[in-house]
Design a protein around this ligand. Structure first.
Ligand code: UGA
Length: 433
């Protein structure tokens, strides 16, 4: 089976490469020439564990290639996947500009029956809009639009692709279902559950799943904030809650609020969509608000610990990516916190194992970039741990303290044990304990 993947961002690249690993012949295309040039040189534009080896292997074995010739790739392939970005628009909805640009390119190059599989996260109703758009442009066009949402987590995307919890296929066309099942047949063999439904339901599944996970995080963050007021330990609360199989332990880790390219955008998009249809989604609105407030609370913790005034204070920030094992800083709580610290007149010195290059694009010379965690501590009035990279889990506390002006440690990911930190001589504060 021959597949074309339009968009070689995070989702497109991992999916294209994963499908090649399943034995498909995949051409990944993008209009950003520099990105394609990098991939052709064997360089990976994003930080994702395991991806480089998989790309290398599939290129070498002749199943994976890269190109900027989008028209040719559409004409040469039976299945065209769409994995272009759908960022938030000004009103909080999804901006479908890139998606419709790609769809128009497909319409111009439709040289026979094609399956158009939408991987990008799109508002419910988009697949039908895509169908109408192509039908309106090409008389007698033969194609099916399949909604095939992705559930990849950054940092473990390769593993998630090869061993997913489920595959969702949204279409009412028997022919398209058969083609999609064929593409994912290696998963069929390992008994991965397949959910086959209509386009709207498949589109809704993606938003409902992401919003539910985001809701779990906002819920535990809210519980953590209450724990702080009543002297309870949120970790024990979360663990005991999670032992109830109906609740499950996953996604009950309190922190500085969820970030990344998905949860913030998707919760806003579902909220926006519901309101557009005349329904006020009160719970989803609260999930978003709790998350915004949580980020601000982290800044307040630091401010309180340095005596109520951040002006002129040196704050060391450990981690800027929105989670470990990625260089992605989109909507990272760390970026929000650093900006607020700067606004309040603090001097920020930050370190991240992968994302300092991205941080530099945002902050330029406004902050100092440290070479390691200990440099972050140099002369600092406080350290704030924002991302739970493994290398921050076993820092030499005495070395760290020795370099600081005052040993204040705000741990927004609850990586350290409060008692041990106090024994080590730190004024320590976590979240909800
Ligand atoms: C998320 C979903 O987990 C994927 O299933 C989905 O496919 C993806 O969005 C997407 O829509 O493309 P991702 O954004 O990569 O994946 O990262 P997560 O691991 O879900 O973390 C999101 C944010 O929530 C991070 O900022 C993380 O620190 C935070 N989080 C997560 C918590 O604060 N507590 C938790 O218990 C879990």
């Amino acid at each position: 089976m021959r597949i074309c993947m339009i968009g070689t961002g995070y989702v497109g690249l991992v999916t294209g490469c994963g499908l090649a690993e399943f034995g498909m012949k995949v051409t990944c295309v993008d209009k950003v020439t520099e990105k394609i040039a990098m991939l052709k040189r064997g360089e990976i534009p994003i930080y994702e564990p395991g991806l480089k080896d998989l790309v290398e292997k599939n290129v070498k074995e002749g199943r994976l290639s890269f190109s900027t010739d989008i028209p040719e790739a559409i004409r040469n392939n039976l299945v065209v996947f769409l994995a272009v970005g759908t960022p938030s628009d000004d009103g909080g909805g999804a901006d479908l500009r890139y998606l419709f640009d790609a769809v128009d390119e497909i319409a111009r190059n439709l040289n026979g029956y094609k399956v158009i599989a939408i991987k990008s996260t799109v508002p419910v109703g988009t697949a039908k809009r895509v169908s109408r758009r192509i039908a309106g442009r090409v008389e007698g066009a033969a194609f099916d639009v399949v909604s095939n949402p992705e559930f990849l987590r950054e940092g473990s995307a390769v593993e998630d692709f090869l061993h997913p919890d489920r595959v969702v296929i949204g279409t009412e066309s028997e022919q398209a279902i058969a083609i999609m099942k064929d593409i994912y047949s290696p998963l069929y063999l390992i008994e991965t559950p397949f959910v086959i439904t209509n386009n709207e339901t498949a589109e809704m599944i993606k938003y409902a799943a992401n919003t539910f996970l985001a809701a779990k995080i906002s819920y535990i963050n809210e519980v953590a904030n209450i724990c702080e007021l009543v002297g309870a330990d949120v970790h024990v609360v979360a663990r005991a809650m999670g032992l109830d199989g109906r609740i499950s332990r996953k996604f009950l880790h309190p922190g500085p609020g969820f970030g990344g390219s998905c949860f913030p955008k998707d919760t806003r998009a579902l909220y926006h969509l519901a309101r557009e249809k005349g329904y006020d989604p009160a719970l989803i609105g609260s999930v978003i608000r709790v998350n915004e407030n949580q980020k601000t609370r982290m800044v307040e913790k630091v401010k309180r610990r340095v005596g109520g005034d951040l002006s002129g204070k040196v704050i060391g920030v450990l981690g800027v990516s929105f989670k470990p094992n990625t260089d992605d800083i989109r909507e990272s709580p760390a970026i929000f916190v650093i900006q607020r610290l700067l606004d309040a007149g603090a001097k920020v010195q930050a370190f991240d194992p992968a994302a300092l290059g991205e941080a530099r694009k945002v902050f330029g010379d406004a902050i100092t970039y440290a070479a390691n965690a200990y440099e972050v501590a140099q002369g600092a009035d406080a350290i704030v741990l924002m991302t739970e990279w493994n290398q921050f889990r076993s820092l030499d506390l005495q070395e760290l303290k020795g370099r600081m002006k005052t040993p204040v440690f705000v741990d927004t990911r609850n990586v350290y044990d409060p008692r041990k930190m106090e024994q080590a001589g730190f004024a320590y504060e976590g979240v909800g304990r």
